[in-house]
Design a protein around this ligand. Sequence first.
Ligand SMILES: C[S@@+](CC[C@H](N)C(=O)[O-])C[C@H]1O[C@@H](n2cnc3c(N)ncnc32)[C@H](O)[C@@H]1O
Length: 339
Amino acid sequence: MLRQVSSQIDPLLFEIRRTFRNLQQTCTEALFCTSSMSAEAVGARAGSPIKVSLTDSAGRGVFTTRNIGSGELIHTAKPLLTHPSLALSDQVCCYCLKKLDKDGSSGIFSSLKGEDGTSYCFCSEECRDVSKACCEVESKADWSLYHDHCRAKGLKYPLMVKRFACMVISGAASADDLGILQPARLLPGAVSQMEEEFELLKRTLLKAQIDERLTGFLTKQWYMGVLARIRINAFRIELVAASYKDLLVSATASVAAQAAVGNALYMLPSFYNHDCDPNTHIVWIDSAFAKLKALRHIEEGEELRICYLDASLDCAARQKLLSEGFGFHCRCFRCLSHD
Ligand SMILES: C[S@@+](CC[C@H](N)C(=O)[O-])C[C@H]1O[C@@H](n2cnc3c(N)ncnc32)[C@H](O)[C@@H]1O
């Protein structure tokens, strides 16, 4: 009887959450966008000196609306979607990827255990509130096979698709939320691998007995579309410092950034184009909350560009990575000068 009532209430709760979320999203879009961002987009973020507009040769890009000083913080960005590196799921916050120092200031605020033994830990009330609904769905399934598959093939983006699917099921996101982002062009070899991942994802959710009415969006086409967008737009998160103490150490000893704690996807940073000699960089201090900072003085109206790769690579290596990973031939000043 209880089971029957709960199966009727679950979809109702889902609808209420979805309606509330759509309302929130409409308000956010009204704040951030001056018109639809899908065509010749002009997105202005309240309080930030930037707008999204069309560039001459690189699709949409981010432009300044005033002069910006060297070193200035241009804006911050909260992730839409994150996933920790598999080996670190019990050591970092499930949402912001902050390292959990069990006896220190960034300890565990709360946590839950998944069906497969995975720990979902949150470092603060804010992080728990943002991702609790999604993690509750995710924790109902046994992801062992899916994770083993990703580990064996060295894949990280399918983990993000999995989490995004759980966000949609929980009502924390809409299935088409990432549609505005540019997708990667998929090669035939990649497509057959994705089909295998998709089947594994679908089977895992089926086994977890998630109401089929909530997983109707989960088609092969949806999976590929989301993965193609994540591939081009996700950032690998390397924290500069896990704590204030680490920050002091890295400042004095020039310690390089630590290994990746996971991957994250953002809305506004996804519109930044690449330059091998960029005027802007994106930094993560102790969590996936990103800071976009000016690397030099930038004039009003200039396009803000970040570097997608290690700028110390030589010209041929950069061109190869950009062409294979992002599908474009870089024509920045450095590349044209074969620097
Ligand atoms: C993360 S997106 C950047 C935003 C994108 N321009 C858009 O309209 O959504 C990366 C894609 O932008 C384009 N892009 C970025 N930097 C470029 C550059 N320097 N030259 C040509 N295309 C570039 C490529 O198509 C690349 O795959």
